[in-house]
Design a protein around this ligand. Sequence first.
Ligand code: UD1
Length: 418
Amino acid sequence: MQKILIRGGRTLRGEVPISGAKNAVLPIQCATLLADGPCRIDNVPRLQDVLTTARLLEGLGAKVEHAGSTMTVDAAHLDSHVAPYELVKTMRASVLVLGPLLAKYHDAEVSLPGGCAIGSRPVDLHLKGLQALGAEITVDHGFIRARCDGRLKGARHVFELVSVGATENVLMAATLAEGRTILENAAMEPEIADLADCLNAMGARISGAGTPRIVVEGVPRLSGCTHRVIADRIETGTFLVAAAMTGGRVTTTGARPHTLDAVLGKLREAGAEIAVEKDHITLDMHGRRPQAVNITTAPHPAFPTDMQAQFMALDCVAEGVGIINETIFENRFMHVNELLRLGADIRVDGHTAVVRGVERLQGAPVMATDLRASASLILAGLAADGDTVIDRVYHLDRGYENIEAKLGALGADIRRID
Ligand code: UD1
């Protein structure tokens, strides 16, 4: 199994291009199931999850072509409406085919995603939203079966909790429903606005995406489209934290600064000088050690849970004590035990971690447990003295494109070993 070896202690400097957003491209790939013609998606990152979704679409009968960073999906004719366990179990986002299949074919079967390393992550909010549009849903033998007689019916639905995936699933389904759908307490993540832009390019009539109230006027059919995926704000944030932890100066290019307000605010609080210019963000730490920051994760536009582990790594080497509150996922502190192996001082009590910064971390062998946990171990390894070997890096390949090459170009000593 592949590992990553990092020789820590290098200061990162330079420019790094940001890839397309994983959390935008996955729902957009699923949305292509709604279209009657080919959809061309640009700025697609080469990530394991993107390839898994492509396999899922092919399994349903869609034609997928992937050349460079462009993916074309023609899902006009499908021969199956069943998303099998083998694929869904490896990637929870597969459940996002449910809304599109149901809306277009009035019948869909998707395996229940089941447990996941960062918490139980149920899909009840997805199902309630689809039921509000008239779907009949049963869960049998580990499969969700959703059906409707003719088109779904537009309705007003209030999500009882803010959920990114549920908002996306119900939004996609509503595009082909009869009449108007109003989604209240919708998630406001930039990836939802990007999905809506793509759906609108197919001929959907959506307004308000990116706000808590989304209005959809249903249309009878959607056509093929061309769409460019937005930049990955979590990848951007991860590189900026790497610069902050190593006292360096890094510019991310192609990023979207306004999608990172909470993260940039915390980096400034940690003592970083940040300059923003169109799609460039430059972080300069001027060789200083970061100050500890307190973090509470919450739905967008508050601080993203997907940056929690990286900021914990930052607090590990910062001056002072940082308190980290995880409010989105239970069990999202699995990186703590690995960070302790690198010499960090962290105490966890329920959903709260208290991190006391240490002068230096020490390299050690560690194991990645999930995607963002792996990122935090890479960051800690970059700032540590000596060698850090990270095992189970396949987690990293689900969400970061060419991370070793990109960090290497910034001056990190990092490579993959077998
Ligand atoms: C998406 C992101 C993930 C990010 C998360 C929160 C993708 C592909 N993934 O995941 O990277 O960490 O948003 O920003 O975009 N919940 C329920 N019932 C449901 C659905 C969710 O109780 O039916 C709960 C979850 O357990 C969690 C919370 O709601 O506690 C938020 O989860 P949600 O926003 O749905 O996350 P995902 O869409 O799975």
